[in-house]
Design a protein around this ligand. Sequence first.
Ligand code: 6PG
Length: 253
Amino acid sequence: MRKRINKIHVYDDLQSLSEAAAEQFVRIGNQVLQERDRFAVALSGGSTPKRLFQLLTKPPYRDKLDWSKVVFLWGDERPVPPDHPDSNYRMACEALLEPLGIKSEQICRIPAELENPESVTQEYQACVEKLLGKDSSGETPILDLVLLGMGNDGHTASLFPATSALLETKQWFVSNVVVKLETTRYTMTPMALNRARNIFFLVSGSDKSLALHAVLEGPIDTQKYPAQLIRPANGSVNWFVDQDAASKLTAQS
Ligand code: 6PG
């Protein structure tokens, strides 16, 4: 079992955790752009990252990175059109991509509005492989940074407890039936997420405190707490959490 390599950073509130994440986002981006001509980021959904996105579109962060060299993907999406209030793409567009003037050729959107799940996964995989290329082993693309949230049930991306995507070892992006939500979601799989060079979890709010303690300090039970599956072989995992979410943690690094 790989040892846990989580670095946990606790902040007073969502604003300060978002500022810290923004600082690290541009630091890593500049580090990557010193070595390669592109910074590949997978965005998370939900509501927590919105503050981070808004911060990145304003000084000082906006002026600290060459945004024309950043390419944007999503770790997961709901089965809705891009203009739907629940769309992860829509939230990121409004809070981040449009204000930064990001061009469509820098983006791979998950076409989750398509009726046929096969078409969604094939189209997205094709877009990402075109944008990032396949690496020498022909494997899934290696992302420079993956942003993740965590639900109060310990899910991350759309890797929900006891769903089939948790066990997927061949595909890096799949449709995933989530019975408890009575829906099919689309998500990167653990193998894809664990190939990332850097992973940020952003977790805020007391409603996440029990799950955060279970994920970080409880016994390993990845079917019950899928966020425990995120253990990159050659990457770092930084948790940006606020004190409400961290209130049940015993050790904080
Ligand atoms: C989604 C997300 C999901 C999210 C968590 C936390 O599409 O819902 O990708 O994994 O990050 O559910 O959501 P909040 O930030 O809204 O609490």
